[in-house]
Design a protein around this ligand. Structure first.
Ligand code: ADP
Length: 620
């Protein structure tokens, strides 16, 4: 299984990274700049609106007062007075008149000048610094009026020290200007109306001198440095008495749209003071220029916000992309793992199948071998069985041979007795002793029966045994065997001691069982032949589903080493001609075939054989 690896970086090469970062920075800078310019453009639009409004206001203000002097000039009181200046009372009356007019029109000052430029009546006649008695012939508006025109002029009042706009109109009589009536208006009101913290409003005269400014420190300064000749001319005109007319020192930064960005204070570092947007518009009716400076801090703040927003957006996008990549990488790893697992499973499956196939082949082969072996065994067994059958047959014949002498004796004896009984019977018959004849005949009958039994026994050995089993009374079978062995027993002088309860029955083939018993008893006879004590004890007991038959003798017994060997075919300790060494082998085989067993038990006195057979419940 592969170790889980980290997802590949979004951008692998460091150069690509720096390129991307550079591109992002450039993009952000571009975005910031674009946003700033856009903000400045919007400010410019606002500024232009402001300028339009202010110009309209100023023009309205001037237009309001412009006809006033001409109207006053038509008043005959003025021309009369100029023609023949009256006494003190008429001057006062005129002063009061002008004062009234001035108050009603809301002008700053209204006054009347004679042809020499001397002020002969004024609305401010009662103030601390009245115009009355002062000569303003140097003022251009006076000269214009005396030339028969409407005089217009802006100046800083020589007497009042206040800025004012002057309208002057000649008082005519018979085509001759007797003097001029002047209306001075205060335009400082505009500064108060326009004052705003983020804007500076300036109005400059044709020489570029700021005479209106919403910031007092800007007043009577110039937009651009003045040539000395021009400065001298302005000073000569007493237009702005007591002023230095120093330049404002605006530093241009960049031109934008309809204006330009400027810095107000070149001494301050640029990051402490953001540029201002300067826009100007002419006001031809008065020959002025109206300017507005707007702080661009808001535009900068907006563009910074936009840049920050873009950074946040980019970061979010980057994070989403990284997460997506991580997710995709995880899924790829998962599918790779699944693929590997599937391949590994397939491999191991194939291996397993191959192993199973080879094992199957091996098994089939070994199965075949086993089958062959079984077949061989079966055949060997068959051969063995056949051999055994043959051996049994020969053993029977051998036994028959052994028995023949005994049988001979057994048959001869009754035959001799029968003959004696018959001879004797004939004699008795001749003597007419019929009762004794009958007794003799009875004896003969008994003897022939006994002979017939012996014959029957021998018949058993003559034919091949069938393995059919039946329920047999054990005692009867033992008696049959004992009868067959009676001559042998007699010869060896031994006694048979049966200890078999009469009811005990076994499930066995009678002939074969008898043969086994004959074998065991025959061996015992031979064993005890030379012993001082010659007894053979046959004991039978029922143990559950079996009957255990013990055959013990008082012979020399069987040495430990021979105990298993004696059941081997052809094992014998007897002299040649006396034993074939088949008896026990055949007997053990017969016992096994009948569902029992034959074993030799260890014993200290003589031999002890134990024959086990299936028990049978005898019918009473
Ligand atoms: P055989 O009697 O022809 O030798 P058996 O198979 O009947 O063949 O017996 C094998 C051997 O077992 C005998 O040679 C003998 O040594 C031993 N044997 C059998 N029965 C007895 C017994 N009752 N006492 C001592 N030895 C015995």
């Amino acid at each position: 299984m592969p170790t889980p690896e980290a997802p590949p970086p979004l951008i692998g090469h460091p150069l690509a990274w720096s390129g991307l970062i550079l591109a992002i920075l450039l993009g952000l800078a571009g975005l910031g700049l674009w946003s700033y310019r856009d903000g400045v453009a919007r400010l410019g639009e606002q500024g232009r609106n402001d300028l339009d409004l202010h110009i309209a206001y100023l023009e309205g203000l001037l237009a309001k007062y412009e006809p006033l002097p001409a109207l006053l000039a038509t008043d005959p009181r003025l021309s009369d007075f100029l023609r023949a200046p009256g006494g003190h009372e008429s001057i006062e009356a005129l002063n009061r008149y002008l004062e009234t007019i001035n108050r009603i029109s809301d002008a700053a000052d209204t006054y009347l000048m004679d042809a020499e430029g001397l002020t002969i009546a004024a609305s401010n006649w009662q103030t601390e610094r009245p115009f009355v008695g002062r000569n303003f012939s140097f003022r251009p508006y006076f000269r214009d009026a005396m030339d028969g025109q409407l005089g217009r002029y802006f100046a800083l009042g020589n007497t009042s020290g206040q800025r004012g706009y002057y309208f002057a109109y000649p008082v005519m009589e018979a085509g001759q200007a007797l003097g001029a009536v002047v209306v001075k208006i205060d335009i400082g009101e505009a500064e108060r109306r326009w004052a705003k913290p983020d804007r500076i409003l300036l109005v400059t005269d044709p020489d570029g001198v700021v005479f209106l400014a919403t910031r007092p420190e800007f007043r009577f300064r110039t937009l651009h440095p003045l040539a000395s000749e021009r400065r001298g001319r302005i000073q000569d005109s007493h237009r702005y008495p007591g002023t230095e007319l120093t330049p404002l020192g605006l530093v241009p930064v960049a031109a934008v749209g309809t204006g330009e960005l400027v810095r107000l204070d070149p001494e301050r570092p640029w990051w402490r003071e953001w540029p201002w947007l300067l826009q100007s518009r002419p006001m031809p009716t008065a020959g002025w220029q109206v300017h507005e400076l707007i702080q661009t801090q808001d535009a900068i703040r907006d563009s910074l916000k936009l840049v920050l927003l873009a950074i946040a957006l980019l970061t979010t996008l980057f994070l989403i992309a990284a997460l997506r990549r991580q997710h995709q990488h995880g899924r790829r790893l998962q599918s790779e793992f699944a693929e590997q697992t599937r391949a590994a499973l397939e491999r191991s499956n194939l291996e397993l199948e191959a192993r199973v196939a080879s094992r199957t082949t091996e098994l089939t082969r070994s199965n075949q071998r086993l089958r062959d072996e079984i077949e061989e065994r079966r055949r060997a067994e068959q051969a063995l069985r056949e051999t055994q059958q043959a051996l049994i047959q020969s053993a029977k014949l051998a036994t028959l041979g052994q028995l023949s002498a005994g049988i001979n004796h057994e048959l001869n004896q009754p035959l001799a007795a029968i003959r004696a009984y018959a001879d004797n019977g004939l004699l008795l018959l001749a003597k007419g002793r019929l009762e004794d004849v009958e007794t003799n005949l009875g004896q003969i009958l008994e003897l022939t029966e006994r002979m017939a039994k012996i014959g029957a026994q021998l018949k058993l050995f003559a034919r091949k045994t069938s393995a059919e089993s039946s329920d047999l009374p054990l005692l009867a079978v033992l008696e049959g065997a004992a009868r067959l062995l009676a001559p042998a027993l007699e010869r060896c002088g031994g006694t048979l001691e049966p200890d078999i309860p009469p009811g005990i029955g076994v499930r066995a083939n009678d002939v074969l069982l008898q043969q086994v018993l004959v074998n065991l008893l025959g061996n015992a006879c031979q064993a005890i032949a030379d012993r001082p004590e010659r007894r053979i004890r046959v004991q039978a007991r029922r143990r559950e589903a079996h009957v255990i038959i013990g055959v013990r003798d008082t012979g020399p017994g069987i040495p430990e080493a021979n105990r298993d060997l004696i059941f081997e075919p052809f094992f014998t300790t007897k002299a040649a001609g006396e034993g074939l060494g088949l008896g026990l082998a055949i007997s053990a085989r017969i016992a096994t075939d009948m569902g029992g067993a034959l074993v030799a038990l260890p014993s200290e006195t003589g031999a002890c054989f134990e024959l086990t057979l299936p028990a049978a419940d005898l019918q009473p």
